[in-house]
Structures are given as C-alpha cells and as structure tokens.
Design a protein around this ligand. Structure first.
Ligand code: NCD
Length: 305
C-alpha cells in the first residue's frame, strides 16, 4: 500500500517532485480556487490529538483538489476507540468509506499500526514525539522557495529538540541534501535525541550544540523555532522549568542575517514575540499556505491523480 508514514521513506527525487507539484497548486491555495481532479474521492481525517492547522490544512487541500472530507477531530472522546476498538479495526472500517486517511495519534508508531488495517493510503499527520512527515516537507518547501536551494545552508533548531516531531522530520528529510550545518539550541534535558545527531554526523554534516540562542542567531540562514511540547512532560512543574526559555523578539532579529528566515510550525505560546510577525524574514504564516499546497501534492500523488 502506498502510505506516507515516515520521513525516512521519502527520497530526494520524491521531495523535489512534491516541490514542483506544490508550486503548481500554490496559486490555487492563494486565490482560494478549486480544481476537479479529486472529484468523487473522500479524505478521512482521524485525529486522536489536538490540532488546528494540520487537520484543516489536509481538509482544505482535499476540498481544493475537488474531493470531499469526513472528519473526527476528537477520536479519543467521541469515536469507538472509547469503547475499546483497536486502531486496526478502525482502519479496516474507515478505509471502506474513504479513499485516503490522515491520522494523528499521541504515541509514536501508532499510525503505522493503524495503516496495517487500512486498504487505502494512510498519511502520518503526527505520531506523538515520533514523526510528522507532511510538516517536515512543507518546512523544506518553505526553505527551498526562499533560498532557491537547500544545500549548503546553516540551520539552527531551537527549543524542545527532544520532543519536537517536526524537527525530527526536518532532520530526516534534510539527510537528502548536502553540506548542511546544524546548530542545536536546547536546554539541558531537551537535547536532540542521540540517534538523530549520529545520523546527521554520519551524513558528514557539521553539528554543534549550544545553549545560548544569542550566540547562534547571527550564524544562521534558517532559524527553526519550536514550542516546548507541554503535553509530553510528566508534570506541570517539569514543563515550567523550560517554558519561555528561548524567545525570539525584535532585538534578537536585529542580530540575525538580513536574508535569513525564521520558521515555526505553530502553535506558538510565547517563543516568538508578535512584534516579529511584521519582519519580512518571519515565514510562519507563509508556511501555512505552503502547507496546503504541499498536502495537495501529497494527496494527488498517493491517489495517483
Ligand atoms: C506541530 C505538531 O503538532 O507537531 N504543529 C503542527 O503540526 N503545525 C508543532 C507543535 O504542536 O508544537
């Protein structure tokens, strides 16, 4: 089955093809138009974890392709999973209704379990701290659109490097490019998992770790900021140790390069000051429209449209 479960499964050739397709779909997104290429097809979005962008983005993508959507934003509370139905059985059933399924779940690996029961393509829309391949792709698309390339850039990843599935996905996808320099900015305890750092070093990328965002900021082409992932901590106290630790504000932007870009998958809590939104280097709202175009490209590929 033609699923999209892991960032590792996407080749460079596929990444570049998604970018090309997304370039074609982006004007449809920006002009709020609708195509007919997915007419008669149904996307199911099953979310076992909160979401605003990702679910709406998938649904907008399917509707703009001309397809239709069935959706449950709160599977844990209102679906038969509350009665004890397994992911496997839910998948068997929903794949009878829908032609493609986007699933988000709080535990790593669970979307793969779901896919084992599905007879239609399944898209991992975030599995706990594991992976979030469509977000990673739209982030790389945003980098590529802004620089015309990815090779050779210096990329700082900032915040909750341990739990951010978005950064994990970015790293996996960036393995397909060359001569990258990574600067990981995280407090003690929230560092990038060792297996990811090792994988980047094996790919001959330069990796340095810092705790001081001010020291990293002037060096980077891409600053990839993240939220401290409150829901992954054992207690509120544990979370409070880290909250607000790295804040990008207009003073920090003053010491950044003129042509760098600032990305964030959103939602933000306090890690980017709203004053920064009007800075032309802030790309987090551009990421939102790029995300719809990229997801249109992904749905079109998986459905062979
Ligand atoms: C991210 C997620 O859910 O992993 N958001 C998103 O998909 N746009 C990031 C986050 O929740 O911090």
């Amino acid at each position: 089955m033609n699923h999209l479960l892991s960032s590792r499964d996407i080749s460079k050739q596929e990444i570049l093809k998604f970018f090309k397709k997304a370039d074609k779909f982006l004007p449809i997104v920006l002009d709020k138009k609708k195509l007919k290429i997915a007419e008669g097809k149904i996307l199911a979005t099953l979310f076992y974890e909160p979401s605003t962008r990702t679910r709406f983005s998938f649904e907008t993508a399917m509707i703009r392709l001309g397809g239709a959507v069935i959706s449950n934003a709160d599977m844990n509370a209102t679906s038969s999973s509350k009665k004890g139905e397994t992911l496997y059985d839910t998948a068997k059933m929903v794949s009878t209704y829908a032609d493609i399924i986007a699933v988000r779940h709080p535990s790593a690996g669970s979307v793969e379990d779901f896919a084992s029961g599905s007879s239609v393509p399944v898209i991992n829309s975030g599995d706990g701290p594991g992976d979030h391949p469509t977000q990673g792709l739209l982030d790389l698309y945003t980098i590529h659109k802004n620089f015309g390339k990815i090779d050779g850039l210096t990329i700082a990843m900032v915040g909750d490097l341990k739990n951010s599935r978005v950064l994990h996905s970015q790293c996996e996808l960036l393995l397909n490019f060359k001569n990258l320099k990574f600067i990981f900015v995280a407090p003690k305890g929230l560092e990038m998992p060792e297996e990811i750092t090792k994988m980047l070093l094996k790919n001959k990328f330069a990796v340095s770790e810092m705790q001081d965002l001010k020291a990293a900021a002037p060096l980077v082409d891409v600053l990839s900021q993240t939220r401290i992932q409150k829901e992954r901590f054992g207690s509120e106290e544990e979370y409070k140790k880290y909250r607000g630790i790295y804040i990008v504000d207009s003073n920090l932007m003053k010491i950044c390069k003129k042509n760098m870009i600032l990305m964030h998958p959103l939602p933000r809590v306090d890690e980017i000051d709203v004053d920064v939104d009007s800075d032309s280097r802030a790309k987090y709202f551009e990421q939102v429209s790029n995300g719809v175009a990229v997801r249109m490209a992904i749905i079109a590929k998986l459905l062979d449209l």
